[in-house]
Design a protein around this ligand. Structure first.
Ligand code: DLL
Length: 433
């Protein structure tokens, strides 16, 4: 169901006019309220009045995680703290966390966008929403929670962890919609097998998975193992949290970006020049309607592309196919660029291999090495050494074929790779230590 008919199906022309109006208002407001933004705009020689067309966006300076760090914790807020009713933070991989703030109006806006998202995924007021995103500073738990309430559904605020108990609750309460990271969903699927619970006997119909990259193969795996439709949801704390973009249940193909609130761009990862529709590059967002913590041209470091082909669901927004990786997740192994998602793609096409893996990168002297540890099914693991050797050789050859770099492949016993309760840690790069 389309939650916000007027905005979600708005003709593109009208949408662009709305975006421009909102952008002009935003730029004028941050220029007036935030000395740091004013300084950056003055330095770039641009005034709020210079924004006459949407295209003029490209003259505005980017905002990066570094800018957020420099203003830690509240330096980029546009309102006094008494108007901020909530903060969240994302830890990231290095150093200081990024802190984001919301006014009462922002929380309401976010709840509406999450209700939109859940509705696009096929959820409605009769659903029992099992929310296994972590509650706390992470935006996943509370973001989804408020959206589910706005939708009028029943929320089960289970958060992450206590995996066995999650399954009992799912069965006893009759959860119909599962919200979690894809890696935790996989963990839940494994725990169901251990508990002797057949997912076909549960009431789950949709899983709304996000907060980390996942492949089409992983979708197939999750749909099969959990007997539900798997929907991709995308968002990031700096923009609002979850609820920036989501796939519709009709097509499950490309995430609709809520463009009336978030203005997307794709830029070249190196030159930062804008790229055309259909081209891949770094995803950049400007928040058009948030009050406490708006951002202008925030460089997400996520690699994506935008497509503008019409969708059968009737929504008129541009879509982004699955995020393929992050610019800072990219491993450079002996000079070759490698994304964990490419390794996942190879692994998930091999029969008998479980979707639990870890990539370990190290350096001996000046030589990089990459080891892929992957679990195999119980039956394969008890096979003869020879067939195990053949399997690891096959995976090794396929990795070499796809990425052009060789990796040592180690097949490990079922359940030896640490299970995630939130975002999975796929890469251990010992070179940085
Ligand atoms: O992960 C917000 C979220 C919560 C999204 C629940 C979806 C569901 P952060 O912790 O700030 O916020 O992390 C944001 O996670 O820049 C991406 O690199 C990654 N990410 C989020 N969703 C997806 C997705 C939340 N669907 C960072 N596919 C982003 C791939 C994703 N990567």
């Amino acid at each position: 169901m389309i939650w916000d008919e007027e905005f979600e199906t708005m003709p593109r022309e009208a949408l662009r006019a709305l975006q421009l109006k909102r952008l002009q208002k935003l730029v004028a407001r941050v220029y007036e309220k935030v000395p740091y933004y004013r300084g950056k705009m003055d330095e770039a020689g641009i005034n709020p009045e210079d924004i006459q067309r949407l295209d003029d966006l490209k003259f505005l300076p980017f905002t990066t995680k570094e800018d957020l760090r420099k203003n830690y914790p509240f330096g980029l807020f546009t309102v006094p703290m008494e108007e901020v009713v909530r903060v969240h933070a994302s830890s990231g991989t290095t150093g200081q966390p990024t802190v984001v703030g919301y006014t009462k109006g922002d929380v309401k806006l976010w709840a509406g966008l999450m209700a939109r998202s859940l509705s696009a995924a096929g959820a409605h007021s009769k659903d029992l929403i099992h929310n296994a995103y972590g509650y706390g500073l992470f935006t996943g738990g509370l973001g989804a929670h408020y959206g589910a309430e706005e939708l009028g559904a029943t929320v089960i605020p289970i958060s992450g962890g206590q995996t066995k108990r999650q399954i009992t609750i799912m069965r006893d309460f009759g959860s119909t919609v599962l919200l979690s990271t894809p890696s935790y969903a996989l963990n839940l699927a494994g725990a169901m097998v251990d508990a002797g619970v057949d997912p076909a006997d549960l009431s789950l119909k949709v899983g709304i998975f996000g907060a980390e990259p996942w492949s089409e193969n992983m979708r197939e795996e999750l749909e099969k193992k959990l007997q539900l439709k798997a929907i991709d949801i995308y968002g990031l704390s700096e923009i609002i949290g979850p609820g920036v973009a989501i796939e519709c249940i009709e097509e499950q193909k490309g995430l609709h970006i809520f463009e009336d609130h978030f203005l997307p761009e794709i830029v070249d990862e190196n030159s930062f020049e804008p790229k055309a529709i259909g081209e891949s590059g770094e995803l950049v967002f400007t928040t058009l309607t948030k009050t406490a913590f708006p951002v202008i041209r925030y460089r997400t470091k996520d690699i994506a592309q935008l497509i503008d082909t019409p969708c059968s669901c009737g929504r008129t927004s541009v879509r982004m196919p699955k995020v393929t990786g992050r610019t800072d997740d990219m491993l450079i192994i002996r000079g070759v660029n490698v994304f964990p998602s490419q390794i996942e793609h190879v692994l998930m096409n091999v029969k008998g291999v479980e979707p639990h893996y870890q990539i370990i990168v190290d350096r001996h002297g000046s030589m990089d090495s990459m080891e892929v540890q992957v679990e195999v099914s119980e039956s394969i693991f008890s096979d003869e050494i020879k067939s195990l050797e053949n399997l690891s050789r096959q995976i090794q050859a396929e990795i070499k074929d796809l990425i052009g770099s060789s990796a040592k492949v180690t097949l490990v016993e079922p359940k030896t790779i640490k299970r995630s309760e939130g975002k999975a840690q796929r890469v251990i790069d010992k070179r940085n230590i």
